[in-house]
Design a protein around this ligand. Structure first.
Ligand SMILES: C[S@@+](CC[C@H](N)C(=O)[O-])C[C@H]1O[C@@H](n2cnc3c(N)ncnc32)[C@H](O)[C@@H]1O
Length: 214
């Protein structure tokens, strides 16, 4: 799991936060055993943070951009009321399939709808409002996801954007590659967007928390 703090601090914070569910733990462990790039999943500490954010905004509808094997989607579903809904977008059918297996084992799985295909196309088709939108897919499109997310967000809703510290690479000038440049541009755009207020939280690889000004 990516983290910019020491592993001891990460473990301490995790031990003093709400624990992951049994199904989420099993899904995480199978992902780590069987999948390349398993470090992409948010993991237990950020998962607890996502659940807390969903509960704080009283979310009923959550949109996730970037499902992978479904760990964060399951965290959101666990935080929603019985009639809540998580729409999660993923381009790779194979990774989504692993998620499906675990969603079927959870009493919260029925709240999750998987939308396969390029997330920008799915976002164009969707109708808001969503109370929480989590952006965690291809970094090159982060700014496009952010722009469409603002259209789909409810007035009191929150956008969460993952990996905005990009392993510390956001500090580098000039940016070493396209992905770093895209994340830097996103962070700059949000900081200067008069429609929103934001805080960049230094949990794991950095989470940008954005809401519309009231
Ligand atoms: C960082 S992982 C998501 C991790 C997941 N949120 C979790 O914590 O369990 C990013 C995912 O975005 C998917 N992805 C990349 N480009 C995409 C696109 N254009 N549309 C939809 N999904 C995409 C990748 O296949 C990958 O599974």
């Amino acid at each position: 799991m990516k983290t910019l703090v020491s592993h001891e601090i990460e473990a301490y914070a995790q031990a003093h936060s709400m624990p992951e569910s049994e199904v989420a733990r099993a899904l995480r462990e199978e992902t780590q055993r069987t999948m390349d790039y398993a470090q992409m999943i948010v993991g237990p500490l950020e998962g607890a943070f996502l659940k807390m954010m969903a509960q704080l905004v009283g979310a009923k509808r959550v949109l996730e951009i970037g499902m992978f094997t479904g760990y964060s989607a399951l965290c959101f579903a666990e935080a929603l009321p019985d009639d809540g809904q998580v729409i999660t977008c993923e381009i790779e059918a194979e990774t989504a399939e692993l998620g499906r297996k675990y969603f079927a084992q959870s009493p919260h799985g029925k709240k999750i709808e998987i939308r396969l295909g390029p997330a920008l196309d799915t976002m164009r088709e969707l109708t808001g409002p969503f109370n929480l939108i989590f952006i965690d897919a291809d970094k090159i499109n982060y700014l496009n996801y952010y722009r469409r997310a603002l259209d789909l967000l409810s007035p009191q809703g929150v956008i969460l954007i993952d990996n905005v510290l990009w392993d510390g690479n956001v500090l580098k000038q000039p940016p070493p590659d396209e992905k770093t440049a895209a994340i830097q541009e996103l962070n700059r755009t949000v900081a200067n967007d008069p429609r929103v207020t934001a805080v960049l939280v230094t949990i794991r690889d950095g989470v940008l928390v954005v809401r519309k000004k009231t």
